[in-house]
Design a protein around this ligand. Structure first.
Ligand code: LLP
Length: 429
């Protein structure tokens, strides 16, 4: 469910016509629906309610301060993966927000920063990291609470670049060695192994990997307890899939069905780290058609959003639905199936202005005939869209707008040319 819908052949974000927002703020433009954001957070809160979960919004999916603030206001903590994300979470979140800190490469400075600011839990990904945390905590005369991140070694379940629980990836501790690593800190004065963490990958469209992961997790928790660790937290990470092609995502309740029994059995506090599930379908990228052309037997739509605005198609061959913001009379409003033949359309590559053949948002996509100035909506772009945007080709990053009912607010201004050189030192001038 989202709040992007066509009314009389005009796309609305909640109660505001998208074309009006494109006129006011320009393109490329990221638009977010507050109602959709809250709906998805609530869906997880409701599905897992009986476990009273700590839901740590994964700020890497979209770290905009207003979005993070909204999450905090509705009861979320934060999952961060760098000192910078920690800073964002703290700046936008409530003072008592619970922050979990994952990532394979934490520096001593980041560890110290997190400890100084009352981090809830470090998700620890290697033996050396565990001891580095111990040393920093000792130097500060504090005790660091950690969850051991285990790689449960499950069958492939998503794109190879984002599958984090198959053998041979850099994440977590191997399931065969996690207990040896844990044994090394039994009785440690400055590190408490308080939890077990796993993040299986992203996006995941089936509950089965979570069932398998929980099965292994329950056994490991029992072993850790036997070693003397007081394990009280089970952190199952994020990864819940969303609708990219059609309505393919599972509701949160399907994941709850397989995760809640493990929570019950272990008596642990459940932590979840959803990012995409909350913000993915809550955002679209709006662009304007610049030109069309036919070359090499293909039709191209050249529009003003590029791989620097949304890199997912280039990086993962990922599919984002694309459709005109104000479709003409003779084509459908918004098709249900974008991969089927759609009357009145022709296959076209949707590309941007960046100087790379890999700069595309869609290939051979069925779209109606388009003209200069037509607006396009790229759907399901709220997660890992703006968060992965860059200034490549010295392109100014897009503006971001949050829509709430009939109102809209700028939550990040469009960058200017002077922003592009703001951090540089022109020392030879
Ligand atoms: N927890 C940890 C430890 C993670 O590494 C991630 C995502 C999450 C939670 C949140 O996962 P989510 O609920 O958003 O699926 N750039 C890629 C996705 C990379 C995900 C990285 N880790 C993409 O655009 O598909």
């Amino acid at each position: 469910m989202d709040h992007f819908a066509y009314r009389h052949r005009s796309l609305y974000c909640e109660d505001v016509p998208v074309a009006e927002l494109a006129r006011e703020y320009g393109t490329p433009l990221y638009l977010y629906s507050e109602a959709t954001l809250i709906h998805h957070l609530k869906q997880i809160q409701t599905a897992f309610a009986e476990a009273k979960p700590i839901i740590c919004y994964s700020i890497k999916a979209n770290g905009n301060l207003s979005i993070a603030r909204l999450m905090g206001q509705h009861g979320a903590g934060f999952d961060v993966t760098s000192g910078g994300e920690y800073y964002r979470a703290q700046k936008a979140g409530p003072a008592d927000a619970k922050i979990v800190f994952a990532g394979v490469g934490k520096t001593d400075a980041e560890i110290r920063y997190a400890l100084e600011n009352g981090v809830y839990l470090f998700d620890v990904e290697s033996e050396q990291e565990l001891h580095a945390i111990g040393r920093v905590a000792e130097s500060m005369k504090v005790v660091a609470k950690v969850a051991l991140r285990v790689n449960p070694d499950l069958p492939p379940k998503t794109h190879v670049k984002t599958d984090t629980s198959v053998k041979g990836v850099k994440f977590g501790l191997d399931i065969e060695t996690v207990l040896d690593v844990a044994r090394g800190v039994v009785g440690h004065k400055h590190v408490t192994v308080a939890g077990l963490h796993m993040h299986l990958g992203s996006p995941i469209l089936s509950a089965e990997p979570y069932r398998l992961g929980c099965e292994k997790g329950v056994k490991l928790i029992a072993e850790l307890r036997k070693q003397g660790h007081n394990v009280t937290v089970l952190n199952m990470g994020g990864g819940f899939g969303i609708h990219y092609r059609k309505q393919e995502a599972l509701p949160a309740s399907e994941f709850a069905k397989v995760i809640l029994p493990a929570v019950k059995e272990t008596g642990c506090q459940l932590v979840l780290e959803p990012g995409r599930f909350i913000v993915g379908n809550a955002g679209i990228l709006v662009s304007s058609v610049l030109f069309t052309k036919e070359t090499g037997g293909k039709r191209y739509v050249i529009q003003d959003a590029a791989m620097n605005d949304l890199i997912r198609p280039t990086l993962y061959d990922s599919f984002h639905r694309i459709w005109p913001v104000t479709p003409k009379d003779d084509v459908l409003e918004k098709p249900d199936d974008f991969e089927a033949a759609i009357p009145g359309t022709l296959p076209q590559d949707v590309v941007g202005p960046v100087c790379e053949s890999g700069d595309f948002l869609a290939k051979a996509r069925n779209l109606p005939t388009l003209q200069r100035g037509d607006l396009l909506a790229v759907f399901s772009a709220g997660a890992y869209g703006m968060a992965m945007a860059s200034n490549y080709n010295a392109r100014c990053r897009a503006a971001e707008v949050l829509v709430t009912g009939h109102t809209h607010r700028l939550i990040r201004r469009r960058e200017t040319y002077s922003d592009l050189v703001a951090c540089e030192v022109d020392c030879l001038k």
